[in-house]
Ligand binder design. Structure first.
Ligand SMILES: [Zn+2]
Length: 122
């Protein structure tokens, strides 16, 4: 068998193993927000104002629907890890598709060569 085919198959197996190792996932982008409250005389209305925050906000669009939600500080590092995992998922799927397309092309070329050889023998 073509050694490039074997190499592609090995690389695809590695991508699959890496995918299996991903744990929590979340999509979206994080931003920081500083807010002003409604309490009269609060420090957020002094001059210069000391606004409340930062509040961490996660925004994402899924199936055409945009969502924004606040992420409490104790959950921030978990959510950041989940966002990194999601980026890794997308990157691994991209790699898999590229490898799989090349593999498919080579397999078809090999099948064509084999058919030509068999026609010659017949
Ligand atoms: Zn305030």
């Amino acid at each position: 068998m073509n050694s490039r085919i074997r190499s592609l198959e090995r690389q695809i197996d590695k991508v699959k193993r890496d995918l299996m190792r991903l744990d929590g996932l979340r999509m979206g982008s994080l931003s920081e927000q500083y807010n002003v409250c409604g309490t009269p005389g609060c420090r957020c209305k002094s001059s210069p104002p000391e606004k409340h925050g930062p509040y961490h906000q996660l925004s994402y669009t899924r199936k055409g629907k945009s969502t924004t939600r606040f992420i409490r500080k104790p959950n921030l590092s978990m959510v950041k890890r989940q966002l990194r995992n999601y980026a890794r998922l997308r990157s691994l799927v991209d790699q898999w598709v590229d490898l799989a397309v090349e593999l498919s092309d080579l397999q078809m070329a090999e099948a064509k060569q084999l058919a030509a050889k068999q026609r010659k023998r017949a």
